[in-house]
Design a binder for this molecule. Structure first.
Ligand code: 1PR
Length: 548
């Protein structure tokens, strides 16, 4: 470790330097997961110094500015901390700068996301929202069309993919600054360079070994060949393969990865133990997982901020795993035994600080939507609204745990019912998908389609669509459920539950428009390796293949 955490100032991480030598100055304005980027830089052997005053910016040798969250919030904090003028001075001095995501957007004059706030104005142009016939946010692994050469591409092949997560993109007035573009419903600018000022819309710290290489090139000012293809061939967003780790304490008190059969995780009375969370996450990263999801499956009855091992799992995982991490379980308002009230936002903040890129909300989302349906309007204060306001929509995933309820006619219930090709036990031809809470223990009077639709309106950025009927069965994904939910929302949908072989992934990606597919049991039991799923899909479906 080159840095030591000793506190927490205004929501940001505060680090004390322990070593001299090469120093990367790091601008953390206190939103989202910056731990991963610090871990990535340390992994490359560097020391990180966190900016705590405008003077730190002015004296920096190399400045890295990661941005997560919302443009307006970011600029307000930069203004409040008096960082804007030092940043402008630093940029004008042409010293090395690496901006990531909002750290790219901040360089521009302003953004449609917050028209009332000025950007740094270093690069003439604006930031615009995607207006495309595709799911927004643009989430996942996409490629680069190279417009010019740069030392940051040294050693990279031309066809590698990087992790994007954003709803806005930059439009520079001067095309000479464009390094790469990416295609997603339109061709947008995915990285820029002006002298020593570099910035990417994608997240190198979340882009596996390709991203680490790019960061290393920036840090070392690398010189050397890159096998780049300057013919613009177009890029495609990859379908994501996600490994899911359901985590809980077993009867001996050890935190284990478990796996249910239709949500029942016990076998002969004992909680199934399929491995250790940190080790398994690392294995899946090395096998090529595009994301890792941890679900604290007893979070509904425990309080996550007292569940330090889970936070520790995230911290340890983010040291070695450089793809996005999602964490779910217990994200809701909570009052502890001493009567202190914690908001869901505070719980989420702790997860982000510990290394999560996204949080997923299960039970609380159902209760929020029930209230919304009853009141006929938004409260403006739900966990979904509050967390997405501070950390951005892309950081909020809704985990749905539905089960089929069969009916003879769609008019029999006031829910979104579908005609099904899998008839019910009494030969019923219709079903609706009932939402459940508390790990499937309690069914509610709400259907999954309505839940997904309302959560999108409240600010959720993605749907993790489980299915209790298929969970742990190896029978394949519930395609009818996925199609019904996908049709109702514009945000990405992760298909989950039931994967039993590589062909099931092909099926879900060709029969539905799901952007990602998640599996647990087949990977934990080593029935199919994650890398083999990718190999099977390669050439048939766009996937990210890892660097050897
Ligand atoms: O309600 O906000 O506290 O969140 C709790 C979270 O824990 C929810 O996301 C809920 O889905 C999850 N959860 C609760 N109980 C269980 C359980 O299994 N008893 N796990 C549970 C849900 C479902 C999937 C699973 C896929 C793939 N696990 O995530 O990984 O079904 O499995 P497969 O490939 O083996 O078929 P809150």
């Amino acid at each position: 470790m080159k840095v030591k955490v000793f506190g927490d100032i205004e929501g940001g991480l505060n680090f004390e330097n322990e070593a001299n030598g090469k120093m990367i100055t790091f601008l953390d304005y206190g939103a989202g997961n910056v731990r991963s980027l610090i871990n990535a830089i340390e992994r490359l052997g560097e020391t990180v110094k966190i900016v705590s005053s405008g003077g730190d910016i002015l004296s920096a040798e190399k400045l890295v500015f990661p941005g997560v969250g919302a443009f307006g919030n970011m600029m307000r904090i930069l203004n409040h901390k008096n960082y804007v003028e030092p940043l402008k001075t630093y940029l004008n001095s042409n010293r090395p700068y690496f901006g990531i995501c909002l750290g790219l957007q901040a360089l521009f004059e302003g953004s449609e996301e917050a028209p009332e706030v000025n950007g740094l104005g270093f690069i003439p142009g604006l930031v615009k929202r995607f207006d495309i016939d595709r799911s927004v946010p643009h989430i996942g692994w996409n490629g680069l069309n190279f417009k010019q050469s740069s030392h940051i591409f040294t050693g990279l092949r031309g066809d590698e993919k990087f992790y994007f997560v954003h709803s806005y993109y930059v439009v520079p007035k001067d095309p000479a600054v464009i390094l790469t573009t990416t295609d997603y419903g339109c061709e947008f600018v995915s990285s820029i360079q002006k002298g020593n000022i570099l910035a990417t819309q994608f997240h190198p710290e979340k882009s596996g070994s390709s991203g680490l290489r790019l960061l290393q090139n920036f840090i070392e000012a690398a010189q050397g060949p890159a096998s780049l293809d300057f013919r613009s061939q177009g890029t495609r967003l990859a379908k994501r393969i996600i490994a899911c780790l359901d985590v809980r304490s077993n009867d001996q008190g050890d935190l284990v990865v478990t796996k249910g059969d239709r949500y029942d995780v016990r076998e002969c009375g004992q909680v199934r133990n399929l491995g250790k969370p940190v080790e398994l996450a690392r294995r899946y990263y090395e096998e090529g997982a595009d994301e890792i999801t941890f679900l604290n499956i007893t979070g509904f009855r425990d309080f996550p901020l007292e569940d330090m091992p889970m936070l520790e799992v995230l911290k340890q995982t983010s040291r070695n795993v450089f793809v996005p991490l999602t964490i779910g379980g217990g994200i809701r308002d909570y009052t502890d035994k001493d009567g202190r009230r914690y908001t869901a936002l505070e719980v989420a903040a702790e997860y982000f600080r510990s290394g999560a890129d996204k949080i997923s909300i299960g039970s609380d989302a159902v209760l929020i939507v029930e209230d919304y349906v009853k009141a006929g309007r938004k409260s403006g204060q739900s966990s979904i609204e509050e967390i997405s306001r501070v950390y951005g929509n892309q950081a909020v995933v809704i985990s749905i745990d539905p089960r089929r309820v069969y009916v003879n006619s769609p008019d029999e219930v006031g829910h979104h019912a579908i005609e099904t090709t899998i008839p019910g036990p009494k030969d019923e031809r219709y079903c609706w998908y009932q939402c459940t809470i508390n790990g499937g223990r309690e069914g509610r009077n709400l259907d999954a389609v309505t839940l997904a639709r309302v959560c999108e309106q409240l600010g959720a950025g993605e749907i993790l669509l489980n299915c209790i009927d298929r969970d742990g069965t190896n029978a394949g994904f519930d395609l009818e459920l996925i199609k019904a939910v996908k049709k109702a929302v514009c945000i990405p949908v992760i298909a989950s539950s039931g994967a039993g072989c590589a062909a099931h992934f092909y099926e879900v990606f060709t029969a539905t428009e799901a952007e990602a597919a998640l599996a647990a049991g087949i990977f934990h039991r080593r029935e199919v390796a994650l890398g083999d799923v990718k190999k099977f899909l390669s050439g048939k479906v766009e996937v990210r293949l890892c660097r050897p």
